[in-house]
Design a protein around this ligand. Structure first.
Ligand SMILES: C[S@@+](CC[C@H](N)C(=O)[O-])C[C@H]1O[C@@H](n2cnc3c(N)ncnc32)[C@H](O)[C@@H]1O
Length: 268
């Protein structure tokens, strides 16, 4: 029997058929709650927000789109997986959000911009060519436009594998998932150095960076009371932009800005 591949023709892991699992295993538990709590605190600190239109690329179930739409941004959510998009449509029913079913690679045709604000959270690590995708995101930005980028951190993946006792896997540096099963281990986890290099290539400057879940995923004793949960959130917030802690965040959250260049600079 020939097994159909869950990968798209471009080799990306679209989340078709994963909506329930993703909703339950991430957003249904403390990891998702912590991510949302951190974004709630950090997005207003890391971005200049004045109600500008937002493109949410690979918007999934729509949690991030909801955050922006509830704050007055007209949101366009671009997502290739039909069942993710259906759930997002239901959740965002009453909010100013429009939906485009398409992959990031179709952005120039389907949601051209240029955009003053683009978000792409937890998507690049599911693509076979995240570098090309990064360039597409950069090109969609207006001069001075901001990209809120969140990526799954390869260094943190190594650390957590060692903490869990997967020593041979870590020694062999076999960290990435295959994307072929129902496991949610990304196929292209990324390093900070890649984001630095790609930003330089694309004329983006890194305005700020933070680690998301710098402590939580390594805890031996997860919080069991609301008071301890609040202490953990306070610690995550206090150290998420401090050396060395941000570097081991499970995700790295960036604000990248398209530098405004003169026509002469562009021609060079
Ligand atoms: C881990 S989820 C993140 C969803 C959402 N951005 C969030 O932060 O909750 C990854 C999403 O990327 C989408 N995706 C996969 N390949 C994509 C592509 N080529 N273009 C755009 N989105 C893609 C998946 O379908 C899935 O909804």
């Amino acid at each position: 029997m020939i097994e159909s591949s869950p990968l798209s023709p471009a080799g990306d892991r679209h989340f078709d058929g994963l909506a329930e699992k993703f909703a339950g295993s991430l957003y249904g538990g403390p990891r998702g709650a912590l991510r949302l709590a951190m974004l709630d605190a950090l997005l207003p600190e890391m971005l200049d927000l004045d109600g500008q239109p937002l493109l949410d690329v690979g918007g999934g179930l729509g949690q991030l789109s909801a955050w922006f739409a509830q704050r007055g941004h007209a949101v366009t959510l671009l997502e290739p997986a039909g069942d993710m998009l259906d759930q997002a449509r239901q959740m965002l029913d009453s909010l100013p959000v429009s939906f485009v079913q398409a992959p990031l690679q179709a952005l120039p045709e389907r949601a051209a911009g240029p955009w003053p604000l683009v978000a792409c959270h937890a998507v690049l690590e599911w693509l076979s060519d995240p570098r090309a995708a990064f360039a597409t995101l950069a090109e969609s930005l207006a001069p001075g436009g901001q990209l809120s980028l969140m990526v799954f951190n390869r260094d943190a993946l190594r650390f957590s594998n060692v903490v869990k006792g997967n020593l041979q896997k870590a020694l062999d540096d076999r960290l990435e998932g295959t994307g072929k099963r129902q496991r949610l281990t990304p196929i292209s986890p990324l390093c900070h150095e890649q984001i630095v290099a790609w930003s330089r290539e694309c004329g983006l400057s890194i305005r700020s960076v933070a680690g998301i879940r710098i402590f939580h995923d390594y805890l031996r004793h997860p919080p069991t009371s609301e008071a301890d949960w609040q202490r953990l959130v306070a610690l995550e917030h206090r150290y998420c932009q401090e050396e060395p802690h941000w570097r081991l965040g499970r995700y790295l959250l960036y604000t990248l800005v398209q530098e405004e260049r003169t026509p002469e600079e562009k021609a060079r």
